[in-house]
Write a protein that binds this ligand. Structure first.
Ligand SMILES: Cc1cc2nc3c(=O)[nH]c(=O)nc-3n(C[C@H](O)[C@H](O)[C@H](O)COP(=O)(O)OP(=O)(O)OC[C@H]3O[C@@H](n4cnc5c(N)ncnc54)[C@H](O)[C@@H]3O)c2cc1C
Ligand SMILES: NC(=O)c1ccc[n+]([C@@H]2O[C@H](COP(=O)([O-])OP(=O)(O)OC[C@H]3O[C@@H](n4cnc5c(N)ncnc54)[C@H](O)[C@@H]3O)[C@@H](O)[C@H]2O)c1
Length: 485
């Protein structure tokens, strides 16, 4: 077996892995290998964030146009042009060709190695016949894959996962979606608009988007229902039967009708659909990765400290960034961790102390922003009221409808709501949630306030421009009894 040496070896070429490799060698003559067994760019670029947002943007634009006098008269008779929407999606995913990402890797001095990697010893990674040795660090960035519950008949029915939904080629007319989380809500939104006439969400809990403020899930549910999506809460999938299964490829209907057995919500116990999309969370891609070779459990999320160093392994050489550490399953958080991790590797390689906040992934703890691109959008950062109370924080909560001039101007049917969770002791915001059209771009101001621990007294002087949706900040501050008085 050939043996090669690199300063840094990264396993997994998704957004987290790419950034960890780039930061670890930036401005130095260190070498890095990035091992990828599918496409450089990872789940995000080809099967997750990029295609899903490319599919959702036209839905939002059409929704706005349909509520804008002067425009609505021109568009109301039409739906989306499915072919054009899918073609634009394919442009964003580069038709599943990663050559531009590989060129970028090359340009920053990263060697891309194709193949499936596994750890075979301390600082040692094996890819097929090649044994790679790391002088300084090995970074795990293998991400997650879609979880498909082990229910009778379900896996045999070849259900859709998020990859099929984002890479849709053939829109099923009757669709069941298992789950009520982010993937379920977003996918139901675009698939319904692209022509899935009968969409049923099977949600085992009692709310959508359970990790957000309750009003967010309620507003998304209300809008989905208004658009004709059937949401069954308390509905538990028991089994699936698909007599005519066909492996037609990603994004195509996988055979004949599927009959689902559903219990718990008192509604029809049998549901027959053309396709079932399982959106029931993620499984870390650690099975077979050789974690047991270094004394770690051989599956599950990999636990790290705030330097992204894997806990339970001596020598500070093994790191894990992105989805695989289970801290925050979001691209921007994986890339943030990667920047911290790369800086830590560089500092340790150069014998510099880890002095300063740049070397600590502090935002992972209660300061995570997220945008859910549903109709309406949900944008949130930090803690919800219930999370803050569970953490023992004494909080005030203010919530107002987004009823400002900027909102009314942006579309005629604007309806939205915003809330702040305020730590009474420090008079700072520990959480913020916005629901409404276009709120995706509103959340970063809240992130700055949360991370910067900006006192509300100071925020009173951060004057939102008129007429913008951001004016809701003023309404929120006014809604707090003592604000600015
Ligand atoms: C439908 C959907 C939509 C999403 N939308 C958003 C969004 O809008 N915004 C957002 O922030 N997040 C979104 N996410 C989450 C986001 O996709 C993930 O958080 C992100 O991809 C994680 O990046 P990563 O680099 O950790 O892992 P991944 O992107 O999963 O990349 C891991 C890479 O490692 C490779 N790999 C795995 N094992 C090995 C091995 N043994 N050897 C070699 N290579 C290996 C894989 O092939 C893959 O390329 C979405 C997720 C889904 C499912
Ligand atoms: N816009 C975004 O930021 C975005 C978009 C999509 C996905 N993501 C990320 O991807 C991750 C995965 O998304 P997701 O929607 O798959 O997961 P999720 O954790 O958000 O939701 C999973 C849903 O499936 C349900 N569920 C879990 N196990 C089940 C079972 N056995 N039977 C029936 N229902 C079950 C849960 O109750 C929940 O409703 C999320 O953590 C999210 O952060 C982000």
């Amino acid at each position: 077996m050939a043996s090669e040496e690199f300063d840094v070896i990264v396993i997994g070429g998704g957004p987290a892995g790419e950034n960890a490799a780039a930061y670890a060698i930036a401005g130095s003559n260190r070498t890095a290998a990035l091992v990828e067994h599918q496409l450089v760019g990872g789940e995000c670029s080809y099967w997750a964030c990029m295609p899903s947002k490319a599919l959702l943007r036209p839905v939002e634009v059409l929704g706005t146009a349909r509520h804008m006098p002067g425009v609505e008269e021109k568009v109301n008779a039409y739906g989306l042009d499915t072919e054009a929407v899918l073609a634009r999606r394919d442009e964003f995913t580069h038709n599943l060709d990663d050559s531009s990402q590989v060129l970028w890797a090359d340009s920053v001095g990263i060697d891309v190695i194709r193949g499936s990697a596994r750890i075979t010893g301390v600082r040692e990674v094996t890819v097929g016949e090649r044994v790679l040795r790391a002088r300084h660090a090995v970074v795990l960035a293998t991400g997650t894959t879609a979880s498909v519950p082990d229910l009778p008949g379900l896996r045999a029915a070849l259900p859709w996962t998020s990859r099929d939904a984002t890479n849709v080629r053939e829109v099923p007319k009757r669709l069941a979606v298992v789950g009520g989380g982010v993937v379920a809500c977003e996918a139901a939104t675009w698939l319904h608009e692209l022509g899935a006439d009968e969409v049923t969400l099977l949600v085992r809990g009692s709310a959508l988007l359970e990790r957000t403020e309750p009003f967010a899930g309620e507003m998304v549910a209300e809008k989905l229902r208004k658009h004709g999506v059937n949401i069954r809460f308390g509905a538990s999938l028991q089994s699936a039967a698909r007599p005519d299964v066909a492996d037609t490829g990603v994004g195509r209907v996988h055979g004949g009708p599927v009959t689902l057995s559903v219990s718990g919500d008192g509604s029809d116990p049998e549901l027959t659909v053309d396709e079932v999309l399982v959106a029931a969370g993620r499984t870390p891609a650690t099975a077979g990765l050789g974690l047991d070779q270094v004394g770690l459990p051989d599956h599950g999320y990999v636990t790290v400290d705030d330097h992204l160093t894997v806990t339970g392994v001596d020598g500070d050489w093994l790191y894990a960034v992105g989805d695989v550490n289970g801290r925050a399953l979001l691209t921007h958080m994986g890339k943030y961790q990667a920047r911290v991790c790369g800086d830590v590797i560089a500092a340790r390689a150069e014998g510099r102390p880890l002095d300063g906040s740049r070397f600590v992934a502090s935002a992972d703890h209660g300061q995570v922003p997220q945008v859910v691109f549903t109709t309406p959008e949900v944008a949130a950062v930090g803690l919800t009221e219930s999370q803050a109370r569970a953490d023992g924080v004494d909080v005030d909560v203010v919530a107002v409808d987004i009823d400002v001039a900027g909102a009314a101007l942006s579309r005629d049917d604007y309806s939205g709501r915003a809330s702040l969770v305020i730590d009474r002791a420090s008079d700072t915001i520990v959480g913020a949630t916005f629901v409404g059209s276009g709120v995706a771009e509103l959340v970063h101001a809240a992130t700055v306030a949360v991370v910067g621990k900006v006192p509300l007294e100071s925020l009173w002087h951060a004057v939102p421009s008129y007429p913008t949706v951001s004016e809701v900040w003023l309404r929120l501050l006014e809604a707090r009894p003592t604000a600015g008085r």
